[in-house]
Design a protein around this ligand. Structure first.
Ligand code: NAD
Length: 323
């Protein structure tokens, strides 16, 4: 039986990843500051602990796991990452986690280590034009991420690559582009655009309105969690160690995203644009490299993922909960 450690197993992507690895027959240990919010983790054992603590990392990395998935980070949506109010925490907490996990993996003789980087590493200067942002992997340098969150991700990518170069650690690095789905943050300030818009639509009265940050003409792409996990597993089984995008190439405006959710809800709602933290004007995944190296790229339409997410969020809003 293959063994895996999932760091950040109480979070959105880590929680789903534990489920996927269990389905594939792995023996899984999860670690996080908290248990998953929306369902009991199917992990074989789950350690509650702080990965900023080197002693905790030594304790959990007590054996040569076949695979370690490092998803723990201090993060959230635009409201958390782009306000500037959390920059010191975002940088220092996540950098400490990555340093500890890497030293622990090296000492334990771990087979392969996966690191979850982000599209936020891409330079702001290539993402000014909402209709043609440039996010090919080789465009990350000269570096100029538009947030400290992106700078920490870039630093940690380099850290993983340095451990590969100097200590022979077998690393895989994905740059995720806006992953969304059920069982993720949907309220409280850390939620991202798809969940926030679904919540606003679910809460709105028919013939009412919802608020959108900025003019809504900023563009993004959004990838449903199932295809994200498919990409992660395929990447782990490949020999590609350089950072690669895992994202959708279906670019939409935030207004377009809101219209899709409103369409799914069946309500008649208008959009009201207000000031808010925004991030870059445009961003889209470029899947040329993943297609070439893995012979696969995400392909499911955005609307399909939203059709799964909206009813789940509506149930949360109505207090019903459930997966
Ligand atoms: P999430 O916030 O739901 O999960 C992160 C988890 O890390 C949380 O459960 C949190 O409690 C845990 N954590 C934070 N600090 C910790 C600590 N000191 N010790 C132990 N656990 C700690 O986020 P997510 O959306 O599941 O993202 C997972 C990873 O993917 C993160 O590294 C994130 O930066 C990256 N990523 C996500 C997206 C996305 O759209 N969701 C996009 C790009 C990159």
């Amino acid at each position: 039986m293959k063994t895996a450690l999932v760091c950040g197993a109480g979070g959105f992507i880590g929680g789903h990843l534990v489920g996927r690895l269990k389905q594939e027959g792995y023996r899984v240990r999860g670690v996080d500051l908290k248990y998953p919010e929306f369902r009991r983790s199917p992990a074989d054992d789950f350690v509650i602990g702080d990965l900023r603590d080197p002693a905790l990392c030594r304790e959990i990395l007590d054996r040569p796991y076949d695979e370690v998935y490092q998803l723990a980070a201090d993060m959230g949506g635009a409201g958390y990452v782009f306000s500037g109010a959390h920059d010191a925490d975002i940088m220092s907490h996540s950098a400490a986690i990555n340093l500890n996990v890497l030293h622990g993996c090296r000492k334990a003789g771990v087979g392969k280590v996966f690191y979850s980087s982000s599209a936020c590493v891409y330079p702001g200067y290539n993402q000014q034009d909402p209709s043609s942002p440039l996010c090919s992997e080789d465009s990350a340098y000269p570096a100029d991420p538009d947030s400290e969150y992106g700078w920490e991700k870039l630093f940690s990518e380099r850290l993983y690559l340095a451990f590969r170069r100097n200590h022979g650690l077998d690393v895989r690095i994905a740059r995720f582009h806006n992953i969304f789905g059920t069982e993720g943050a949907w309220t409280g300030g850390r939620e991202k655009a798809p969940a926030a818009i679904c919540r606003k639509v679910a809460e709105a009265e028919d013939r009412g309105w919802i608020e959108i940050w900025g003019d809504g003409r900023q563009t993004r792409s959004f990838l449903y969690i199932d295809e994200c996990l498919e990409g992660v597993r395929r990447l782990m089984d490949s020999d590609l160690f350089e950072p690669v995008n895992i994202g959708s190439e279906e670019m939409v405006t935030i207004n377009g995203l809101a219209e899709m959710v409103i369409g799914i809800s069946g309500k008649r709602l208008s959009l009201r644009h207000i000031e808010g933290p925004l991030g870059v004007r445009g961003r889209n995944s470029d899947n040329t490299l993943i297609r070439a190296k893995l012979g696969w790229a995400p392909s499911a339409p955005l609307i399909d993922g939203l059709r799964s997410l909206y009813p789940w969020i509506r149930r949360q809003v109505e207090g019903g909960g459930g997966a």
